[in-house]
Design a binder for this molecule. Structure first.
Ligand code: NDP
Length: 245
């Protein structure tokens, strides 16, 4: 007699409609997890992603929620839990890049960067953690700029991602008693909408001669979310093709 293996626990991905987030949603859904994901302003991309996952038998829920709005983050979390039950995996991918030198940087842009990239990450962990199963996984998407900035005009972005790395260290300790691991993936240049306008700068500087693919980040996230990564927590893992080596 064969017994069916239990379905993997549900996942919630903040910022899943495009780029790396979409690759992460696909990857987690391919493992058989029900996946809820948020988007801010791309309902068509979110719907197309959901349709393509459902076509292959996956279970997915799309939720509109601006990560800068903590109440929207809370509502999205509750909607995901109401649909799928307690969560096994939380991925916080939503992030924005507004480049600019400090002496010309607008305060509204500074506030927006902090609201999405830092407060939004805190809000996601703050609101979702009570709904995570013991032994669950939290993965944030930071940036290799938290280690080395490398290009002018990136100071505010790098600052927000350095804040995420430090938040993750503390969160790892806060949630360790529940067996929940918390790790931060720090990509380098990855081919998404975010880097589309930066290729003239990026291309000649790529040590491996190519830019990274969103699926390569999704693979690392899936490993951190999986059963063999249970002893890794509080870590920031840089995956940048040698950019900051
Ligand atoms: P994209 O701009 O291609 O996609 C960003 C995703 O995040 C979209 O799904 C977008 O949804 C969502 N998002 C953005 N702002 C919000 C918000 N306020 N609330 C909810 N969702 C939001 O970015 P990437 O895939 O390139 O980047 C993903 C993450 O990786 C970001 O945190 C980024 O900082 C980080 N990163 C990217 C690198 C790269 O080279 N691409 C390198 C290092 C780190 P919507 O379309 O609805 O706005």
């Amino acid at each position: 007699m064969t017994t069916a293996s239990p379905s993997p626990a549900p996942a919630l991905v903040f910022g899943g409609s495009r780029g790396m987030g979409a690759a992460i949603v696909r990857r987690l859904a391919a493992e058989g997890r029900p996946v809820a994901f948020t988007y801010a302003s791309s309902p068509d991309s979110a719907a197309a992603l959901a349709a393509s996952i459902e076509e292959t038998g996956g279970t997915v829920l799309t939720l509109q929620a601006d990560s800068a709005d903590a109440e929207a983050v809370r509502a999205a979390t509750l909607a995901a839990v109401a649909r799928f039950g307690k969560l096994g995996v939380l991925v916080v991918n939503a992030g924005v890049l507004i480049p600019g030198a400090i002496d010309q940087y607008a305060f509204d842009d500074f506030d927006r960067m902090l609201a999405v990239n830092v407060r939004g990450v805190f809000a996601a962990i703050r609101h979702a953690a009570p709904h995570l199963l013991d032994g669950g996984r939290i993965v944030t998407i930071g940036s290799n700029t938290a280690e080395r900035i490398g290009a002018p005009g990136s100071s505010v972005y790098a600052m927000t991602k350095a804040a995420v790395a430090q938040l993750v260290r503390g969160a790892a300790l806060d949630f360790a008693p529940r067996g929940i691991t918390v790790n931060n993936v720090q990509p380098g240049p990855i081919e998404t909408d975010m880097t589309a306008g930066l290729m003239d700068y990026i291309t000649p500087r790529l040590p491996l001669g190519r830019i990274g693919r969103p699926e390569e980040i999704a693979d690392l996230v899936a490993w951190l979310a999986g059963p063999t990564a249970g002893y890794m927590t509080g870590a920031s893992l840089t995956i940048d093709g040698g950019w900051t080596a």
